[in-house]
Design a protein around this ligand. Structure first.
Ligand SMILES: Nc1ncnc2c1ncn2[C@@H]1O[C@H](COP(=O)(O)OP(=O)(O)OP(=O)(O)O)[C@@H](O)[C@H]1O
Ligand SMILES: [Mg+2]
Length: 196
């Protein structure tokens, strides 16, 4: 029977596929992604970039982060906002950053107001996702953090430009979309660069 999968089922299926990638595949994917990212004109022009560190089989961005540091580009990691429920803060990430586990079991920089960057000052937001489709729709882990954050961008296209990062195996034909889901204008995988 050809049943349409729910968002929960898609999340489960893709997260499992991602976690099942071998160490060698993860390394090759990270290297291919790195080669694409450093050639991207928006990356070359950016001074402040938000990225996430790999979690739960996500594609590894560490080589890219280190390249950015060498090029004097500042890297910011999202941190769960301590008071504003469902929202994120961006904290600078350097070799000296102290990391702590957040409520979802993900490492994030220890909260320090001095390291926070107002979102509008970022040039690029590399956006994590669980699954994406052929139209640029994305679903994440289900928190709505990125949908909330990108809602103003979706409305008037001002502010930091979002680019999704994923393994190739995270692509599906068509996602069930909700009214609040923000589609991405670009998604980069090890073997594809999608622009919509
Ligand atoms: N702009 C928004 N304002 C208020 N609530 C929102 C907004 N966007 C999403 N949400 C809420 O967040 C919840 C989770 O949304 P969704 O399932 O789309 O998460 P997701 O896309 O997987 O997560 P993320 O955006 O963190 O990657 C939903 O209940 C939705 O109502
Ligand atoms: Mg969503």
């Amino acid at each position: 029977m050809n049943k349409t999968l729910s968002r929960t089922e898609i999340r489960h299926q893709i997260r499992t596929a991602r976690r099942d990638l071998s160490g060698l595949q993860q390394k090759q994917d990270a290297d291919s992604l790195f080669s694409r990212l450093i050639k991207h004109s928006r990356v070359q022009q950016a001074g402040k970039i938000s990225v996430t560190l790999a979690y739960d089989g996500e594609i590894d961005t560490l080589r890219f982060v280190e390249w950015c540091w060498q090029k004097n580009k500042k890297i910011y990691l999202p941190v769960i906002h301590p008071f504003n429920k469902g929202h994120l803060l961006f904290l600078e990430y350097t070799t000296k950053t102290e990391m702590v586990l957040n409520q979802h079991g993900i490492f994030e920089p220890k909260l320090n107001q001095l390291d926070a960057c107002p979102m509008k000052e970022l040039d690029l937001i590399f956006t994590p996702l669980v699954a994406f489709d052929t139209q640029g729709n994305r679903i994440g882990m289900g928190g709505g953090y990125y949908d909330r954050m990108l809602a103003p961008w979706f409305k008037d296209k001002t502010g930091p430009y979002p680019i999704g990062l994923a393994h190739d195996c995270q692509q599906v034909q068509q996602l069930p979309v909700e009214e609040w889901d923000v589609p991405l204008p670009e998604i980069i995988t090890p073997s594809m660069h999608f622009c919509w």
